[in-house]
Design a protein around this ligand. Sequence first.
Ligand SMILES: Cc1ncc(COP(=O)(O)O)c(C=O)c1O
Length: 374
Amino acid sequence: MFQTIPTPAVLVDLEVAQANIEKFQRYADAAGFKLRPHIKTHKMPLIAKRQIAAGAVGVTCQKISEARAMISQGGIDDVLLTFNIVGADKVAALKKLAGDVRLTVVADSLTVVDGLAKVFDDPDARLGVMVECDTGAERCGVVTPDDAVPVAARIDAAPGLRFAGLMTYPPVGRARHVADWLATAAGACEAVGLQVPLISTGGSPGMWDAAALDWPTEYRIGTYVYNDRSLVQRGVCDWADCALTVLATVVSVPTTGRAIIDAGSKVLTSDLLGLAGHGHVLGRPDIAIAALSEEHGTLKAENIDLQVGDRLRIVPNHACVVANMLDHVQQPCLRRGEHAGPCATDREWHTAGPAGHGARAGLVTCAPPHRPNP
Ligand SMILES: Cc1ncc(COP(=O)(O)O)c(C=O)c1O
């Protein structure tokens, strides 16, 4: 399988990714909320541009450097940066970014707002700032609805800032609680004369329940473009909807119940996302990826039935962290549903159809996912 591709490799099936993009965009359009995909899942302007072409209103980024990478090729002019930007050097970089794209950021404290206000002081070019709300995920965010008010008021009072609304990354499975939390926060803001123009939530685990929510104006979604084992386990998608896989080679078969592959935590990562095991071997549900060290993956099964040199494709637990591990991905020639089988040829990134079975196109290294350091 994919004999020309050096392993371990990350394969991205663009057709599956495109189908995932279009399917959820149709859903959002029908439900009447806007989509703002989070690019950290793919880190490729090429895919971000496909998301925009499908109808997304802009992108979400967590890092200034990734936002820079996204806008570097044109075609993306609206960025929401969902991270507290702290420190003079970062705020200066943010200011520069704001000169190049329509930018909105978040803040969850007066300190963060004041840091922004020091640099963004032009009433004719106000920076939109949303208040990040911790509705139960226990990451950043003001921790009660009432706490949103002083932060929103401080934003509103700063000459170079504009209060842009409320943003949350919600806990999984607590939609009612999140809705009540944000409605209370919005009410508290409005009670002191602060209009709430946007309420932004997101998350792939709850994507197919989003239409039942009547309050978000905007939905940020990342993993849906590739899907992964965690989303299959939650019933959000099927294996055939998983666009990103890790290609690995069996390098040792020490016993009839154990084999070793060349994909360890350096590519699959140690992110379990609450699951047992480190990924799903396509076509071999009997095999567990039982342990990882940096370069080794330990497979276990009743009868492992593998040879040294065999190749396997693995759906990782969490696609986003895997995309962050390597400098490039491969676009193999695959049709929908063909995941487990061998493939006749590799295919070039932009090619519309299969590149001719039998005539090996050779290894095609695709647009590198941007992997900046800071
Ligand atoms: C702020 C924010 N918004 C949106 C997302 C996208 O979530 P998901 O990958 O579950 O779709 C993430 C992911 O971590 C996030 O941190």
